[in-house]
Design a protein around this ligand. Structure first.
Ligand SMILES: Cc1cc2nc3c(=O)[nH]c(=O)nc-3n(C[C@H](O)[C@H](O)[C@H](O)COP(=O)(O)OP(=O)(O)OC[C@H]3O[C@@H](n4cnc5c(N)ncnc54)[C@H](O)[C@@H]3O)c2cc1C
Length: 308
C-alpha cells in the first residue's frame, strides 16, 4: 500500500463506494469529493473514504466549476493520485484537473494496481484487442476509472470528517435547462443478472421473449452495440462492450451474441457467462462458462418454462 493520498471524485454518489474501495486498497488516505450540499456528503458517509469534501454546485452550475478548487486541494499533497468515475462529466473534470496539475490524464482505466511503489493503470487499446499498462512519471496522476474496476466494500463505518471543499467555484458554465431523457435507462453496472441480447434476435417484437426470460430470472436486459446503435431496439445506455457499459454481474446470459472482442471486453468480468448461439464456431463459446449450441427461439421458451 502506498503512503500517499488518493482523491476519489464522482458526479454520481452511486459510483463512490467502488472508487473508494479501490483507492483504499492502494493508498493510506482516501479523500472523497462529492457534488452537492452537506446532505450529499452525509449520504455518501459510508463510502469508505477517510474524509469527504463536498462542492455545493449551484442549480445553474456544473462540477467542472470546482476543477481549480480540487486541483488546489490536490496540490497540498507532495504526491497524489486523482481517480474519477468514467462519466462524461468525470472525463471533462479530469481534463481540467489534469491541466491545472500539469499532468496527463488516462481515461477508461479498467484496473489500477500498486507495483514497486508506483500505481499502474491498465486499459484496453486497439479496439479491445490489447491491454496497455501505464504509470505517471509526475508526482500527480489523474485517471477516469471504468465501472466495475473495483469491488465496493460493505458495512463500512460512516466517515465523520466531512467539510465543504475550500475555494470558490469558477462559474464558467451556466446550465440553461434540464430535461428528463425519454429513453428509460437500466443500471447494468449494478445488475446481478443480465440477459444480453444480440443480433441473433430476428425482430424487435421478439424482445418480449428476452424480457420474459429476464423476468423469471430477476435480470436486467442489456444488448450488443448493433442492437442498440443500428436496430435502435434498446436505448444506447443498454449496450455493453469496450465502448459501452462494462458490467460484472453474477451471471450473464448471452442470446444470439457472436462474442466479438469489443463486446467481450464489456462482459468478461461477469462471474458466470452462459451463451446460446446456433453457430458452434461462434467466438462467444471461447469466452463462456456454459455454452448451448442451438436456436434461441427453441431454447429460451424452454428455459422460461423450466424456470417459471
Ligand atoms: C471500434 C469498435 C468498437 C466496438 N464496440 C462495441 C461494443 O462496445 N459493444 C458491442 O457489442 N460491439 C461493439 N462493436 C461491434 C462488434 O465488433 C460486433 O460487431 C458486435 O458486438 C456484434 O454484435 P452481435 O454479436 O449482436 O451480432 P453478430 O456478430 O451479428 O452475431 C449474431 C450472432 O447470433 C447468432 N444467431 C443468429 N440467429 C440465432 C438464433 N436463432 N439462435 C441463436 N443464435 C443465433 C449468430 O450465429 C451470430 O453468432 C465495436 C466495433 C468497433 C469496430
Amino acid at each position: 500500500m502506498l503512503n500517499q493520498t488518493i482523491f476519489a471524485i464522482s458526479d454520481d454518489n452511486g459510483a463512490l463506494p467502488e472508487l473508494c474501495a479501490g483507492a483504499k486498497s492502494l493508498a493510506s488516505r482516501v479523500i472523497a469529493v462529492v457534488f452537492g450540499d452537506s446532505s450529499a456528503a452525509e449520504a455518501a458517509a459510508g463510502c469508505g473514504a477517510d474524509a469527504i469534501r463536498y462542492c455545493p454546485v449551484s442549480d445553474e452550475g456544473a462540477p467542472e466549476d470546482y476543477a481549480a478548487a480540487i486541483a488546489a486541494a490536490v496540490k497540498k499533497e507532495d504526491r497524489a493520485f486523482v481517480m474519477l468515475n468514467n462519466s462524461i462529466r468525470g472525463r471533462c473534470l479530469a481534463g481540467r484537473i489534469g491541466v491545472l496539475l500539469d499532468t496527463p490524464v488516462l481515461t477508461s482505466v479498467g484496473a489500477v494496481a500498486e507495483e514497486d511503489g508506483a500505481l499502474i493503470c491498465r486499459r484496453m487499446v486497439y479496439g479491445g484487442t490489447a491491454q496497455r499498462s501505464e504509470r505517471f512519471a509526475k508526482p500527480y496522476g489523474v485517471a477516469t476509472i471504468s465501472g466495475g474496476a473495483f469491488e465496493p466494500s460493505a458495512g463500512l463505518p460512516a466517515c465523520t470528517d466531512i467539510a465543504q471543499l475550500e475555494g470558490e467555484p469558477e462559474g464558467g458554465i451556466r446550465r440553461l435547462s434540464r430535461a428528463e431523457k425519454k429513453e428509460g435507462g437500466v443500471n447494468l453496472v449494478a445488475a446481478k443478472r443480465i440477459v444480453d441480447v444480440g443480433r441473433g434476435l430476428a425482430a424487435e417484437e421478439d424482445l418480449a421473449l428476452c424480457r420474459e426470460l429476464a423476468g423469471v430470472l430477476g435480470a436486467e436486459v442489456g444488448c450488443s452495440r448493433p442492437v442498440a446503435e443500428n436496430n435502435k431496439w434498446l436505448p444506447k445506455s443498454s449496450y455493453m462492450g469496450i465502448t459501452g457499459v462494462q458490467v460484472k454481474p453474477d451471471v450473464i446470459l448471452a442470446l444470439g451474441v457472436s462474442g466479438q472482442v469489443q463486446h467481450i471486453g464489456g462482459i468478461n468480468k461477469s462471474r458466470v457467462i452462459v451463451a446460446i448461439n446456433k453457430d458452434k464456431a461462434a467466438p462467444i463459446f471461447k469466452n463462456c462458462d456454459f455454452g448451448l449450441v442451438g436456436d434461441l427461439y427453441k431454447i429460451v421458451p424452454a428455459l422460461i418454462k423450466k424456470l417459471s
